[in-house]
Design a protein. Structure first.
Length: 507
């Protein structure tokens, strides 16, 4: 290693002295490794004949040596900047990317760098992945040398695979390069142009750039406006559903990590506020559950009154954040996530509190998000009276909505309950009978397919099916049987934003 160190510093004479007799009195013999160090050192000083003599000595002594002896000529010539010699050594045989990357560091920023860049080829994304760490390290060193153009050319040589699942590949060379540009906080439009140029070699670079800007807004609060512009430009230009779903998946992951690491309730609310400030939407139920767990801790011993008041307090805070940022989350979305959280807790107090909230607001917001949790909660708690009153709230809201879709969805919770009981081999015959009896008392009907599905599931249980038979079925011509039409909104065609749109802050 000391011989290598001396040769790297072009102090070959000291290396030879060290070889003659080191501090332990042991003579270091010439082998293929020592030869590599000496050849590199001599070539770096332009002493090519001497370097050739080292190879001849190896041959005369019948010392076997590998390709790295030849590669040392390439690396030395690159450091010396001898174009003719470098062309000659490169023409003698194929050099692996690891050698060419080292040679590129010596030629970066010069007119001769093309000699190495033209030789650098990664046939497919699999081979690129093998050299990830080496490419990334070279990109880092090029950036440190202020050779950004060379770094970009190198990244454009390495085609990458899209990640199999939503995640940010921080070890990706392209991601590292864009991250370094974001840290400089220069013209966002120029950075976006570079991001687009990398898309052909790094298919996930656009969504990744959004996440990098998202992370930057938390680590460097003063860069929030800059991060917002990066995210805004990309989102406005890539507004198709498929792409936005990728962004939402990555946002959910990063959001949950930040919420879980937040220390106080204010920190948690700041995570949500900053996310919405940047125009990013949190859609995942698990992520909202993490958020609400921090705002409404399930291990707190609430009374029913305290929990009811806490729910409206949290809802008001979330609503303020949403309205301040252009209403990114509707009142219905906020309440639906709160309902999902309460029914997922599966405690008597949470179940009752959810019912009181629904009765207070007079509707059942977004039941498609939480009907399954309602079914699980009914199976565990067996609170038939509260469950039926929740159904009644949904049924009474049918006329306001002009259809019975929400009520239909609520009734599907019973199918969930039956399936859970079947899976866990628990007897819920008595509970289901009581549910049907109370539904009959409250004059609550079923949609035809719900009634038929329950009958199929409960086949052979005479007492339960008798109670089911007494429940009315909604007439096919009744407005509650009409499914609401889904509005199809055509995607907007957006033009690239120019600097004048961004404003003068980055001019």
């Amino acid at each position: 290693q000391m011989v290598n160190y001396q040769c790297q510093n072009l102090e070959i004479e000291k290396a030879l002295e060290l070889m003659a007799k080191n501090q332990f009195g042991v003579t270091i013999k010439l082998n293929e490794y020592i030869a590599q160090y000496l050849i590199y050192g001599h070539c770096s000083r332009g002493e090519y004949d001497t370097a050739e003599n080292v190879v001849q000595i190896l041959k005369d002594r019948n010392v076997t040596f590998n390709s790295w002896v030849r590669f040392s000529f390439i690396l030395g010539a690159a450091r010396h900047g001898d174009v003719a010699r470098l062309k000659r050594y490169l023409a003698e045989g194929t050099a692996p990317p690891s050698v060419l990357l080292k040679a590129l560091l010596s030629l970066a920023g010069t007119k001769q760098e093309y000699l190495v860049l033209n030789k650098l080829n990664f046939p497919d994304s699999d081979s690129t992945h093998i050299y990830y760490s080496e490419i990334r390290r070279t990109v880092k060193q090029l950036i440190e040398k202020n050779c950004h153009e060379t770094a970009e050319k190198l990244v454009l040589k390495a085609t990458e695979k899209s990640p199999p699942s939503p995640e940010v590949y921080y070890d990706s060379p392209a991601v590292f390069y864009i991250s370094s540009l974001l840290q400089k906080e220069e013209d966002p439009v120029n950075i976006i142009d570079k991001v687009y140029s990398l898309e052909r070699v790094c298919p996930h670079i656009l969504e990744t750039s959004i996440m990098l800007a998202f992370d930057l807004s938390f680590t460097e609060p003063t860069s929030r406006y800059f991060s917002e512009q990066i995210i805004k430009i990309i989102l406005e230009e890539r507004s198709n559903v498929k792409y936005l779903s990728k962004i939402e998946a990555l946002t959910n992951i990063s959001f949950k990590e930040k919420v879980n690491s937040a220390k106080t309730e204010n920190d948690v609310l700041f995570v949500l506020k900053n996310t919405t400030d940047l125009g990013l939407r949190v859609t995942g139920s698990h992520e909202w559950r993490s958020l609400l767990f921090r705002l409404i801790p399930r291990d707190t011993d609430y009374s029913l009154k305290e929990l009811y008041q806490k729910l409206f307090e949290v809802r008001d805070k979330l609503d303020i954040v949403s309205k301040f940022n252009g209403g990114l989350y509707s009142n219905s979305v906020i309440w639906s996530h709160i309902m999902k959280y309460l029914f997922s807790i599966r405690t008597p107090i949470a179940f009752l509190a959810a019912h009181r909230v629904l009765r207070s607001i007079g509707n059942v917001p977004g039941p498609k998000r939480w009907f399954d949790s309602l079914g699980y909660a009914l199976h565990q708690l067996e609170d038939v009276e509260t469950f039926v009153e929740i159904l009644q709230t949904g049924y009474q809201n049918c006329e306001k909505r002009g259809n019975g879709e929400d009520y239909r969805t609520l009734c599907m919770a019973l199918l969930v309950t039956v399936n859970v009981a079947e899976k866990n081999q628990t007897n819920i015959d008595d509970m289901m009978t009581r549910v049907f009896q109370q539904m009959e008392e409250h004059n609550l009907p079923f949609h035809q397919h719900i009634s038929e599905s329950l009958r199929t599931k409960l086949e052979g249980k005479q007492n339960v099916t008798n109670a089911l038979d007494r429940i009315k079925v909604i007439d096919s011509l009744d407005f509650k049987n009409v499914r609401p039409k889904t509005k199809k909104v055509p995607p907007k065609k957006r033009k690239r934003m120019h600097k004048s749109v961004i404003g003068s802050e980055f001019e």
